[in-house]
Design a protein around this ligand. Structure first.
Ligand SMILES: CCCCCCCC/C=C\C/C=C/C(=O)SCCNC(=O)CCNC(=O)[C@H](O)C(C)(C)COP(=O)(O)OP(=O)(O)OC[C@H]1O[C@@H](n2cnc3c(N)ncnc32)[C@H](O)[C@@H]1OP(=O)(O)O
Ligand SMILES: Cc1cc2nc3c(=O)[nH]c(=O)nc-3n(C[C@H](O)[C@H](O)[C@H](O)COP(=O)(O)OP(=O)(O)OC[C@H]3O[C@@H](n4cnc5c(N)ncnc54)[C@H](O)[C@@H]3O)c2cc1C
Length: 667
């Protein structure tokens, strides 16, 4: 089958892998990216970025100091948002940014991810008309400043205040304590001159809760902080080090009334407050990022899987049979068991990410027409997905890293940085344990609605179904029926965990605890229920994609889906067994099927990651390069280390040599 990755001069092991492929890699890539046209555009952008001298890197970012890396990233960002701005569609921008600057952030990341979305969805018409054209034209750079040093999760206790002064029709924005300083917002430290700042709205001494305000932070001409504003960078982090996550203190800074984001909640000139149609519409920018980060985190896992798979095809180490040749490490069952589930999960996350983006768009349409009824379902789903996907992705990337042995520990592999970026997602946009509880709240309502025979939205329709016996392992050789049997078992498990958690909660309440304390006593079980609900959604979403896929890729997607389901079930075996819905024999059957899947997928493994269609530049990994010529490239990469600029380092000359000399002279 055609695999356009085959080229002369490639590592022969990798070429052999591509020759055994049983499907059209372009067809799968086109399906993944929505159409042939989208795939072609993706390639076009990759090629043009590589050819643009403005994006050339004299040395890899890994060897730059933080300051130089920030500088290089800003320089390229200017090229993107001036020269390239009109050459790509908005939906192509993330790919362009990944290609041109990489994954560690850039000066306009938060401008795009949260500043513009906040203004778009929360500013009233007047403010939007004034500020949006300027923000969209990059005349100003903005960010989203919500988290404080003392509070990130519990937004109700944020301390920054916006007190309305009727006499001047202004808000006075103030940071009352050290721990009330805004702390963490991306691009706040050095790049942004404006921010949407989340503050407690105070009118006539009454606290009306967190609301968003547009605040200018720096002079548009000099970029110096304005009077009353203290702002800076919070320092180096595990990753995202080209992002200036920042701190901000506001000392009674006055802004006009109309700079409150008043599309939903409003304050009139005389100080009358009008609440929004849904109390949490002020949190819209977070829902926006949660809805979009699923897909981008799927892509991070896809990259790691691509690196580990390609490298494992070219790396030869050890023998499986005595006297045989050294084998490709991809032939070890343990290696396949480490890596192939990550390929399947990456596809699953990407498919789910695309579905949830569509659901987000529909919810926004409703809100624009005054209807927020789809929001609770979306909030539950995005909260669950962001938590499950970031955690799964982190584990998956780490498995991929370890599967590359020593070279996986080197920045040359690209894997340590991928991991650092990925796990940031476990914390930002709501710490995972906290967001899973948001999902659980919705599930608890769903359990009650199901008991009362009320109609349920599609994502929780399973709560209203009746369980039959698990048919796993009992349906013979028909793969379609086996998929259905597993999905039904997952539905049962998700339902059972939600009902059990609900009963545990009720029991504690009946035992005399208040609802909230009782909740804290069952949150581990609540979060389990949320995870399985989310994993069920992901499995269903993958299944929908399989059923709608063209026949040319149906077979490979079905193999991948089988592996996905078998792996998920074995991973969740405890839940399947706990209530006796499945028995030990069925789990053994699932394991046997999983090991068969590894063998089935082996000939297509490299081609499956080729279909992620990630260019060498974007992948930024010596181990994962398309041509597989890793050893020479590793040496060339290491030679660029600044420690190699000279044969004898000053550190050696000044300390080690004198020490050795002194020790020698003592003899
Ligand atoms: C676009 C591309 C993206 C690519 C990635 C870009 C990379 C950028 C990198 C990083 C950016 C990072 C940015 C940030 O981190 S911004 C800061 C994010 N902060 C958080 O997420 C804080 C988490 N905390 C909360 O969201 C809330 O405080 C809370 C939900 C935990 C609790 O809020 P609270 O006001 O106390 O509400 P309740 O728990 O009492 O809930 C009441 C009710 O409201 C529902 N609800 C809560 N939130 C929402 C919401 N956002 N939308 C809809 N509904 C919501 C909640 O479920 C309750 O419902 P009920 O049970 O029916 O009563
Ligand atoms: C890379 C990165 C980028 C970020 N970018 C931004 C940004 O652009 N803008 C912005 O405003 N913020 C940003 N943040 C901040 C981020 O949103 C917060 O750190 C996050 O919401 C978690 O809040 P916290 O730090 O207060 O954690 P905490 O709430 O202090 O969490 C600490 C621990 O307490 C637990 N915990 C807290 N509350 C509960 C609860 N109710 N139930 C059970 N357990 C609980 C948590 O699960 C966790 O284990 C960023 C953070 C990171 C790491």
């Amino acid at each position: 089958m055609p695999n356009r990755c085959i080229r002369p001069g490639d590592n022969p092991d990798l070429t052999k892998e591509r020759e055994t492929c049983t499907f059209d890699t372009d067809e799968l890539a086109a399906n993944l990216y929505g159409s042939r046209r989208n795939l072609e555009r993706r390639r076009e952008i990759s090629q043009k970025v590589s050819a643009d001298p403005d994006f050339a890197d004299p040395i890899p970012h890994e060897f730059l100091s933080r300051e130089k890396a920030v500088d290089a990233t800003a320089k390229k960002s200017k090229v993107i948002f001036q020269k390239w701005k009109n050459l790509v569609k908005p939906e192509e921008m993330p790919h362009l940014v990944n290609e041109a600057v990489g994954i560690q952030g850039f000066p306009l990341a938060l401008h795009h991810a949260m500043f513009l979305p906040s203004l778009n969805s929360q500013a009233d018409d007047d403010l939007a008309a004034e500020i949006l054209p300027r923000a969209k034209a990059y005349e100003i750079i903005g960010t989203y400043a919500q988290t404080e040093m003392g509070h990130g999760t519990n937004l109700r206790e944020l301390e920054t205040t916006a007190t309305y002064d009727k006499t001047t029709q202004e808000f006075v924005i103030n940071t009352p304590t050290r721990k009330a300083m805004k702390w963490w917002p991306g691009n706040l430290g050095k790049m942004s001159n404006y921010a949407v700042v989340c503050c407690q709205l105070i009118i006539d001494g009454k606290n009306l809760g967190p609301h968003n305000f547009l605040v200018q932070l720096r002079c548009e001409k000099t970029h110096e902080p304005l009077p009353g504003i203290t702002v800076g960078d919070i320092g180096p982090k595990i990753a995202y080090n080209t992002t200036d996550n920042g701190f901000l203190a506001l000392d009674n800074v006055r802004i006009p009334r109309r700079q409150m984001l008043m599309k939903h909640a409003k304050v009139s000139p005389d100080g009358t407050y009008t609440p929004p149609i849904h109390a949490k519409l002020n949190y819209g920018a977070m829902v926006h990022v949660r809805a979009h980060m699923i897909y981008s985190h799927g892509h991070l896992l896809a990259r790691a899987a691509a690196v580990a798979t390609r490298y494992s095809a070219v790396r030869r180490q050890g023998r499986i049979e005595n006297g045989g040749p050294e084998v490709q490490i991809l032939d070890y069952q343990t290696q396949q068991h480490r890596i192939f589930p990550q390929i399947a999960r990456a596809y699953a996350i990407l498919f789910a990410g695309q579905e949830v983006r569509d659901q987000y768009a529909k919810t926004l349409e409703g809100i624009a027409n005054g209807q927020a009824d789809l929001l609770p379902d979306l909030h539950a789903l995005t909260s669950g997905l962001k938590s499950v996907v970031t955690f799964m992705g982190g584990l998956g990337i780490e498995q991929c890293r370890m599967s590359c042995g020593g070279h996986g520990y080197s920045d040359a592999s690209g894997l340590p940085k991928l991991y650092g970026v990925q796990i940031g997602g476990c914390t930002y946009e709501g710490e995972n344990m906290v967001m899973l509880q948001q999902t659980a709240r919705y599930l608890m309502k769903g359990v009650k609605w199901a008991e009362q025979g009320k109609s349920l939205s599609p994502s929780i329709a399973y709560l209203g179904k009746k369980s039959g016996k698990s048919l796993i392992g009992l349906k013979g050789g028909d793969i379609t029926r086996e998929h259905e049997a597993i999905l039904e078992t997952l539905e049962h498990t998700a339902r059972r965990l939600a009902i059990d958690a609900s009963q545990l909660w009720e029991k504690r309440i009946k035992g005399g605890e208040c609802k909230e304390r009782a909740w804290n006593g069952v949150t581990v079980e609540m979060n389990r229920a949320s995870r399985v609900y989310t994993r069920l959604f992901m499995a269903r979403s993958f299944h929908r994609r399989l059923l709608s896929s063209p026949s040319s890729i149906r077979s490979v997607l079905s193999d991948l889906f089988s592996l996905y389901l078998h792996y998920e079930c074995v991973d969740m075996a405890q839940h399947l067994l706990e209530d006796g819905h499945c028995n030990g024999g069925q789990i053994q059957y699932l394991k046997k099927r999983l090991y068969e899947d590894l063998t089935t997928l082996r000939p297509n493994a490299v081609s499956l990651v080729d279909s992620f269609e990630i260019s060498d530049r974007e992948l930024n990994s010596v181990l994962g390069r398309r041509d597989g010529n890793v050893y020479e490239a590793l040496f060339q990469w290491a030679k660029q280390s600044e420690l190699n600029y000279t044969d004898v380092l000053p550190a050696v000359k000044n300390y080690m040599m004198p020490m050795m000399e002194e020790n020698r002279s003592k003899l």
